[in-house]
Design a protein around this ligand. Structure first.
Ligand SMILES: NC(=O)c1ccc[n+]([C@@H]2O[C@H](COP(=O)([O-])OP(=O)(O)OC[C@H]3O[C@@H](n4cnc5c(N)ncnc54)[C@H](OP(=O)(O)O)[C@@H]3O)[C@@H](O)[C@H]2O)c1
Length: 259
């Protein structure tokens, strides 16, 4: 299926590993030029080199934290024209809501609500002028199904969804779409790291914890990042211009509702 985005240019935030990397890879395979980002420069450059070698597309890297407004400006300046924006960032740490103080809350809001909104603000007028834009925000299944210890993530991402859901309706007539991808349990460093940490603190084998989680998922497995990347590329397709303001949950059936 030709997505008709060959030659377009994308910024993929937080894309040196995991779901961001999967989105960048899927877009590059469609012929999209990339600006990639992550904090660890060596890892970022290696990921970029790998994609460029495989696909032949131009890949530029900008290392730094998405929480830094200066870095966000640099990303946009480096890209020049931005046709596609994939907003992503690290998630907040697991924490009991009673211990979430003002500082922790502000930092979660900066990372998972303010930074992505700021990125949209920086690129959207150009998209409107050129009458093409695809914005995909990586959020979490916790937006639909809030989970204990993830209250900062659920809250900040729900705020992002409400804010940009409204913006989506204001730019739809200009062929600019804004959508949300909600991962359930995907096999990335973040997920496996959470089993390792929990296993160490409770004295349980992380493999046992991982199996218990798989057993709760109707698909009986974790999602693979490439499956997530494919959904991202679909939302960025030229032919997806009528899909906007939507939250696509990708969780192997873990969410029990049908709506
Ligand atoms: N995997 C899941 O099952 C799952 C489920 C629900 C929600 N999510 C959410 O989806 C997002 C991606 O998760 P993932 O599983 O792909 O995580 P991951 O495997 O830990 O990868 C995170 C990526 O983001 C980069 N990054 C982290 N903090 C950054 C920052 N401040 N500025 C720039 N880049 C940053 C990392 O590179 P550096 O460390 O080098 O910066 C890395 O490339 C997270 O927000 C996560 O909470 C994931």
């Amino acid at each position: 299926m030709d997505l008709h985005i060959t030659g377009r240019s994308a910024i993929v935030c937080a894309s040196s590993r995991g779901l961001g990397l999967a989105c960048a890879t899927a877009l590059a395979r469609e012929g999209v030029r990339l600006v990639m980002n992550g904090r660890d420069r060596a890892r970022l450059d290696e990921a970029a080199r790998h994609i460029a070698d495989e696909t032949g597309v131009d890949v530029v890297t900008v290392a730094g934290s998405m929480d830094d407004a200066g870095l966000r400006a640099e990303l946009v300046a480096e890209a020049g024209t931005v046709d596609i924006l994939v907003n992503n960032n690290g998630g907040p740490p697991l924490r009991d809501f009673r211990s979430v103080d003002r500082e922790a809350l502000l930092s979660a809001l900066e990372a998972n609500m303010i930074a992505p909104i700021d990125m949209v603000r920086r690129v959207i007028d150009g998209m409107v002028e050129r009458r093409f834009g695809r914005i995909v925000n990586i959020t979490s299944s916790s937006v639909k199904m809030p989970l204990p210890m993830l209250d900062m993530s659920s809250g900040a991402r729900a705020g992002l969804t409400g804010y940009l859901g409204g913006v989506a309706r204001q730019v739809a007539r200009d062929n600019v779409t804004i959508n949300f991808l909600l991962p359930g349990s995907f096999e990335t460093d973040r997920l496996t790291g959470s089993f390792t940490r929990e296993g160490a603190s409770r004295g349980i084998d992380p493999a046992e914890l991982a199996q218990a989680r798989r057993d709760e998922i109707p698909a009986a497995r974790f999602g693979q990042p490439a499956e997530f990347g494919a959904a991202c590329a679909f939302l960025c397709a030229a032919t997806s211009g009528y899909v906007t303001g939507q939250s696509l949950l990708i969780d192997g059936g873990a969410y029990p509702g049908i709506l």
